[in-house]
Ligand binder design. Structure first.
Ligand code: ATP
Ligand code: MG
Length: 332
């Protein structure tokens, strides 16, 4: 038995707004040291869940334990264990980076002699040392986010909770936030619970993922467990000139696969012996002297998992996706 403690425990959590059930009986345990991602489309219930974990919203029923402390019974103590980065940017535009941090530190009653050290540390962590005296209002979205993340750690919480920390950021800024979160997690051993609409983000950053839809947790596991759970095999892709694609499809069919011919490639589910099948295909290709550009095999992605589970459509190029309700994600 492992002795890993639960940083956050969510038991039968329900939130109704009038007749509408936003969170519909979620059970979840976030282990100490994890980077856990709650993945779901617009309106899935992510922020509502986050608000209940923070004690900002009272559950209709169920409960939240933070480091074993019941949020509804002992909110002050429970809240002290958590650093928060909310969905809306909350840095004060008319204050400098340093002033933003100082105001927050005072709010959390950090003693004066510690505060100056904490401010230096936060500026270093967010890589904003050179912008100490610059007004936060002049910062890029990514800089603001980094400032918020480091600010939320000033009262030395063990858990960091972030609601869509990278929504609306460009790829470069998103990568910076990912690196920052990885560093916080590995060097300071801070448990991270984050929500996201981005499939790649959950896949690349999170140790485990919970997929939420219509207020319910519909899947839970590591990224690779989730892929396996839906029973999809490896995917084989062969790219080649258009005229060669039908011949390649025929080769796939011959070994029992069901290929799809796309504009510049043939894609087939790899079957139970994908590696052997790739070898067979390569053998047949060289025997028949068909020219190809590339052949590759990959595991199904989290996109495949999400689409299969929620029926949601394909995503756009920014890495976000359309929800089953038709709203474009990540376009904030
Ligand atoms: N105070 C409220 N009163 C009524 N309905 C609400 C309230 N807060 C949220 N909802 C509804 O609950 C559902 C879940 O909202 P929530 O904000 O938790 O979704 P989300 O997963 O965070 O979505 P997004 O990705 O857009 O942030 C939505 O349909 C929303 O309209
Ligand atoms: Mg939200």
């Amino acid at each position: 038995m492992s002795m890993v403690r639960n940083a956050i425990e969510i038991q039968n959590l329900v939130k109704r707004f009038g007749d509408f059930t936003a969170v519909n009986g979620i059970n979840l345990e976030i282990k100490e040291g994890e980077i856990f991602g709650l993945l779901g489309p617009n309106g899935a219930g992510k922020s509502t869940t986050v608000s209940m974990i923070l004690g900002l919203l009272h559950p209709t029923s169920g409960r939240v334990l933070v480091n074993g402390v019941d949020m509804s019974k002992n909110p002050q103590q429970a809240r002290n264990e958590i650093g928060i980065v909310t969905q809306e940017t909350v840095v004060e535009a008319e204050l400098t980076a340093e002033q933003n941090l100082r105001v927050f530190g005072k709010l959390y009653h950090i003693p004066h002699d510690e505060l100056e050290k904490d401010i230096d540390f936060a500026l270093e962590l967010s890589d904003l040392q050179n912008f100490r005296h610059a007004y936060a209002g002049t910062f890029s979205g990514g800089m603001k986010r980094r400032l918020e993340v480091s600010k939320s750690l000033m009262h030395a919480p063990k858990i960091l909770l972030l609601d869509e920390p990278t929504t609306g950021l460009d790829v470069q800024n998103r990568t910076q936030i990912w690196n920052l979160l990885r560093e916080i997690n590995s060097k300071q051993n801070i448990t991270i619970l984050m929500t996201t609409q981005y499939l790649e983000e959950a896949d690349q950053l999170c140790n485990r993922i919970g997929i939420v839809d219509h207020g319910k947790l519909i899947a839970l596991g590591t990224p690779s467990e989730l892929r396996q759970k839906i029973g999809m095999n490896n995917v084989i892709e062969i790219s080649a000139e258009k005229e060669n694609l039908p011949k390649l499809a025929a080769i796939c069919k011959k070994i029992g696969l069901e290929p799809k011919v796309l504009s510049n490639k043939v894609v087939a589910s790899g079957g139970s012996k994908a590696t052997e099948n790739v070898e067979k295909i390569i053998g047949a290709i060289s025997a028949s002297k068909i020219k190809i550009q590339n052949i590759s095999m990959h595991e199904p992605t989290i996109d495949d998992v999400f689409i299969k589970l929620t029926g949601s459509e394909a995503r756009d190029t920014a890495g976000s996706f359309k929800s089953s309700r038709g709203g474009m994600m990540g376009g904030r």
